[in-house]
Design a protein around this ligand. Sequence first.
Ligand code: DPP
Ligand code: ZN
Length: 899
Amino acid sequence: HTPKYLKDYRPPAYWIDKIDLQFDLADDQTIVTSTMKIRRNNDVSDKLTPLVLDCRDLDIISVVADDMVLCSADYELTPETFTLPRVPELFVLEIKNRLVPHNNTALEGLYRSGRTFCTQCEAQGFRRITCFPDRPDVMTLFSCIITAEKKKYPVLLSNGNPVASGDLDNGRHYVKWEDPFKKPSYLFALVAGDLSCIEDHFTTFSGKNITLKIFVEHENKDKCSHAMKSLKESMAWDEERFGREYDLDLYQIVAVNDFNMGAMENKGLNIFNSKYVLAKTETATDTDFMNIQRVIAHEYFHNWTGNRITLKNWFQLSLKEGLTVFRDQEFSSDLNSRAVQRISDVRKLRTFQFPEDAGSMAHPVRPESYIEMNNFYTMTVYEKGSEVIRMMFEILGRELFRKGMDLYFARFDGQAVTTEDFVQIMEEASGIDLSQFRLWYSQSGTPRIKVKREYDSANRTLTIHLTQNTPPDHNQSEKKPLHIPVKYGLVSLSDSNGNSEPSGNSEPNGNSEPHRNPEQNDHILHLKEQHQTFTFNDIAPETRPSLFREFSAPVIIENDFSAEDLAFLMANDTDEFNRWDAAQQLYFMELKRIIGLLQDEKASNPDKTYNDMAPPLSEHLVNAFRESLCNTTLDRALIAQTITLPGESEIAQQYDPIDVDAIHRARQIMKQTIAEKLATELDDIIDLCSKADPEDLSHEAMADRSLKNIALSYIGSLDSTSSHQIIHKHYINAMNMTDKIGALSILCNSTCEESTLNQALAQFHLMWREDPLVLDKWFTVQASSTRPGTLENIKALTCHPDFSWRNPNRVRSVMSILGTGNPYIFHRKDGNGYAFFAEKIIQLDKINSQIAARLAGAFNHWKKYDLQRRTLMQQQLEIMVNTPDLSRDVYEIVSKALS
Ligand code: DPP
Ligand code: ZN
């Protein structure tokens, strides 16, 4: 399990100009024949340089080099490499090998999902199909002939265009595909199955007519229209916003049930987890609909940012992922609500990326080493990577950023490049120096920004001191100051536009001039030093600065705001994101106060449990909450976001050690108090928001449902039969999945009678047992519960006849929820949560190591807990790391956690 390092990168020794693949598919085995035109890379190799191809446990049948049949003594085969010691400068190599796809439970390479054959090659799955230089900088022309029994596998697909097809003997048939674009092997795809197809068309801006096809199992044909609509929206948006036109005549999407990732951007043949394709209002929630739109767009956008321009090596993953996430976030913002989109993206970043950046797997956006590449498809590479692009977008401004993108496409089309190439292009297009900015790619950790204000009433000046500090970690023992764009406004009652420029600075240590983007209303302060001071003149006394508007940098902000300042910003800030954030800060402040009171009470009464304590909530918080709830002018989707409390994991980040039980209890007290004090207001809102047509997917209808369901969750938190009856009634009357699962999830977290809950769950199961995606939700709501007995129920769920360790969605619906979504249960003080979890990781590792490694990440923060929990988690990590034949995936995660 040795690491690979960025510093060891060397260009490939040989190029593969062309590969012709043939797959002979049958139920028991598949024969793969690969014919490669190989050319020495004379820049780095000579005739003594051996040809080393990647492979992974391949069963080779025959090898032919330039028509010469080789015997096994002529080549060297190890589990991971195929080597020919001496080869000519230019030659043809044919390798035949045997695969058994139905035994492939890792779901990498060629495998079966139900009765369908499919592939997943990113990052290094192609080497499980055939011997090849399986690295993204080897770009090759692919053709692919697929043969299979016609009746069982009428649909045979690969990348590019179909160029020939026909019937063969024995009821078999074939289709030949050719992809006119060179591509790295990770973008290869093949599908064979008995599938339905829905078809549509898109006319590009140059008038080209593109055929769009979505392939699904026959029974799902009525669930594709939203995905198709989203695809057309994506194609139009990429033309409009980035001038990018689609380049083949055909765009195909296939939905499969067994898939490790969300979806895969294979050239001309995207393969999707069915979760991100299939939807109708009876079976999918509003969130599902939004996610489908986003993921369809994301994979489509990869055609330019990822496929046409690809990666020089896997360390550059964020070049395509960070950029493509930025593009899909912008797409979702343009099509839906920008503020709501930003809030949900930031919530995701804070809940998942910030802890990753502070834990044992912390790594820079451009990592410098990996043991298993699959472990680096992370929140840091994706979400922080997108924030880094977003900061460049803010620093350059919309127009210069677009100019940079145009130049990027023009310069690097058809090439495999690096994040450094991207930053250089942005500098070239804009003339802006990004040398310090580059640190965002190489330095890990979340910067903390301390804000201190000083108001001089005699001179009417407001001075803001900003101090940045990134805690050291195993990547860098000393962190340099970053270039941080601070988008800001000044909020006062007289000038609620909040636009004022700071005057020159008096501090000696290099304070920058304010920079203004002509096309933007907000100003940006450029924080580049560790400490910088900005002074604003002629400022009214009640003015508050609104900093990091729209969350202009992925940092932790430590404000000096009082509850009163926050209430003021909640009411008056023109930046919708910061209004929401002010509310969140206010909740945090109150939660921390309550947690402190709980801990104090426990310290003086060690026998008491937190459940017996109920310190009262501050009146100002209830009032602020009431004002948000009853705001009749605001978008209801924003109200829903505003009245959603920070989650337990987000609160936990503010503590070391983390007191899981106090955090849970404080949040519960807050919910219950609000539910009691604002019962009438909540009831009114629920009524008001219950009028939307259950099939309506407009923003307003979705907003109403989200506000109604969050309001219901407050009611459901009360320990009273009448409130349980209200939720139950909503469950019974729900006319779409959003409302159905919303109410069921509230019931699962309530103190309602066991029989009521069991009856509802049984009814739901009976209704949806045939629909795997809906059944996932049934598992998830139960695994998310904080009722007593949840861990025992989760254990039982993993033995349920409908549970399978082979299906990643099903595993995630229970295990990921327990490991990352339900801290109160996972961190049970007796350690049973940890023991169960580790045992299952070890078992799952034999089936699907990629998913097992994901789960193992739940232990990454073990050092942040109290001694008892820490010891228990450490024990489980030791058990895992000492397991014989542990995969390198899980090994990397647990060994890094222990080190
Ligand atoms: N398919 C994954 C994604 O699009 C990996 N490329 O993010
Ligand atoms: Zn992607």
